[in-house]
Design a protein around this ligand. Sequence first.
Ligand code: NAP
Length: 292
Amino acid sequence: MTTFAQQPYLTLNNGVRMPQFGLGLYMIPEGDEAYNSVKTALELGYRHFDCAHAYQNERSLGRAIKDSGVDRDSIWITSKLWPNEYGEGKTLKAIDRMLGRLGLDYIDLVYFHQPMGDFVGGWKEMEQALATGKVRAIGISNFDVKDEIFDSLINSAKVKPQIMQIECHPYAQRKHWQERCAAEGIQIECWFPLGGRESKGEILRDPVINSIAKAHGKSAAQVIIRWHLQEGFSVIPGTSNPDYIKENISVFDFALSNVEMAKIRALNREKRYFNMSYEEQVKWFNGWNPTD
Ligand SMILES: NC(=O)c1ccc[n+]([C@@H]2O[C@H](COP(=O)([O-])OP(=O)(O)OC[C@H]3O[C@@H](n4cnc5c(N)ncnc54)[C@H](OP(=O)(O)O)[C@@H]3O)[C@@H](O)[C@H]2O)c1
């Protein structure tokens, strides 16, 4: 078991410390599968869970945490609001409903999941939630869709986001957004860190990554996770497979050399696996809302 103390932390721009590594809960069905994944992960030492209202499994996450007996304050819980929950008079109420679904009295990190709707108005209530301690950090997800959209949030915010969650992996290292976030003091957290299901394992089969894995007696997934950690990203690989849950946290007993890091950096081709245009996203995401 990986102990909590072995895991690295990141200090966000408001001084809050976040476990750098966690479990992603996208596509893990509410009920036994999500509950058991979180329970297994907690037993193996995971202390960071990435959820969202849209994943519809916040209740199982909250139940598993309560039943685990692990100290709540040692666990980092992230969830995300959907665009229909953004706006003055809406966002604080939506956070209260989120707290109810999770069965918690504070959330470590709340994101705006998608960059549409009244995110400027809603951000004011995110700032209030932060000020009152309902939330310990506030972030934006997928605001890498256009510079203008990122700028409109950043330029109107009194409190800048602590973190931005975007697709990022060795084949799409998002150099532009690494620079923009570094300039604003915003931490990057990577979704599709292994390429996601859409990649059909393409990055996991990469020969450079596999030769590095062989040299360390580790798997390709472990090398990719290690690369994220050593780049300074927060990383949240997703799975409900207990073997993968165990494998993915077994990354704190080896390190990639500078040469190996450079070899993986050289794989960048800014190839994303999620390629829906912003206009299509607006149509798609406004046409569906999660249930409470
Ligand atoms: N903000 C956003 O819009 C957004 C979008 C996407 C994801 N996310 C977050 O980011 C998290 C991670 O993204 P993701 O889960 O989509 O993609 P991912 O972690 O890159 O990839 C998940 C895929 O990798 C497989 N996998 C996991 N560990 C493995 C291992 N050790 N060896 C081989 N295959 C392995 C999984 O297999 P199985 O299918 O067998 O489990 C699954 O098919 C999500 O769970 C979610 O929390 C956020």
